[in-house]
Design a protein around this ligand. Structure first.
Ligand code: HEC
Ligand code: HEC
Length: 263
């Protein structure tokens, strides 16, 4: 009799430990996941899957694979790496409990992540250092990388990049030959034919204040500018933050070595 009672308690405790916490799932989703998948699982863009009404077991399996890296996606790998097993169970149960998203529906960006404190650096051609160039064969682009004096000085002395640092990238379409292949110059880089847009990242005190920890890059913000120097509409800063997030040891900067080595 006593034994049977103990067993019942053991079962009840196990069941309780496994029950997902929908409120905790909702809290996590509304702060972080909503930036891309929408608060109720209807995503913000065509490149991001809806999660509403998806099966919880499937969602858990995907999040585990994204966390351990067996499923690869730089943005989701960075986010899933920060989720505990409990978080995973909670967010999966929360999305599974949402009504399926109507066809064609789209959620809005989160306002705290859509806004950016990065402004167009008017004088960058005279004041920044051009420190790097990369060919992008898949998109037939060539990109020129610039860093401002604060960033260059810190990188050269091996310090993390301080407030006031800024990196700025010109994205150009490459000149194409008759077969549609990019033409290379004598330096081995594609010949730039047409400026398409600019990307930028800047660090200033307070810029990270409204960004949830799972996405925050200390006090860095990101932006994309059109060729007429305006913020490009439709940019989801959450994607920039997520992909640069794992680089906390190098000031969230992929090309830190090139900045340090610049002339
Ligand atoms: C910055 C945007 C962004 C954020 C924030 C984000 N996701 Fe994602 N998520 C993506 C993208 C993009 C994909 C598609 C990945 C791929 O193509 O493999 C994805 C895929 C997934 C998948 C796989 C879906 C499937 O159909 O296989 C799951 C599950 C998921 N995300 C859960 C989450 C959860 C939970 C959070 C919050 C903790 C979250 N995501 C936050 C962008 C984001
Ligand atoms: C999928 C991952 C990914 C996403 C999303 C992403 N970046 Fe990056 N970013 C990179 C990589 C990798 C580099 C290194 C050079 C390159 O590929 O251009 C880079 C380089 C940069 C640089 C030059 C400084 C550095 O870190 O080396 C800037 C500025 C930048 N990105 C801005 C942005 C902005 C703005 C967004 C959002 C609109 C963004 N990035 C989104 C991966 C990403």
């Amino acid at each position: 009799m006593k034994r049977a009672f103990a067993l019942v308690i053991a079962f009840a405790t196990a069941a309780f430990a496994q029950a997902a916490d929908l409120d905790a799932g909702k809290a996590r989703v509304s702060k972080v996941c909503a930036a891309c998948h929408g608060e109720t699982g209807s995503s913000v863009s065509d490149a991001i899957p809806n999660l509403a009404a998806q099966k919880a077991v499937y969602l858990e399996a995907q999040l585990k694979a994204l966390k351990d890296g067996s499923r690869k996606n730089p943005v989701m790998n960075a986010i899933a790496a920060q989720l505990s097993a409990e978080d995973i169970a909670n967010v999966a149960a929360y999305f599974a409990a949402q009504a399926g998203a109507p066809a064609g529906s789209k959620s809005a960006f989160l306002p705290n992540l859509a806004k950016t404190g990065v402004t167009f650096p008017e004088n960058y051609r005279n004041t920044f250092t051009k420190y790097h160039t990369i060919n992008f064969p898949a998109t037939k682009q060539v990109r020129y990388y610039y860093a401002n004096p604060a960033a260059v000085a810190a990188a050269k002395s091996g310090k993390s990049l301080p407030d006031g640092s800024e990196m700025f990238v010109e994205v150009h379409a490459a000149k194409l030959d008759a077969e549609g292949k990019p033409v290379s110059g004598s330096d081995g880089f594609f010949v730039a034919e047409k400026l398409l847009f600019y990307t930028a990242m800047a660090r200033r005190a307070g810029l990270g204040n409204d960004i949830p920890d799972m996405l925050r890059n200390e006090d860095w913000n990101y932006a994309v500018f059109t060729t007429d120097k305006q913020h490009r509409p439709g940019v989801n800063q959450a994607e920039c933050l997520a992909c640069h997030k794992p680089l906390d040891k190098t000031s969230y900067t992929f090309t830190i070595k090139q900045i340090a080595d610049s002339k």
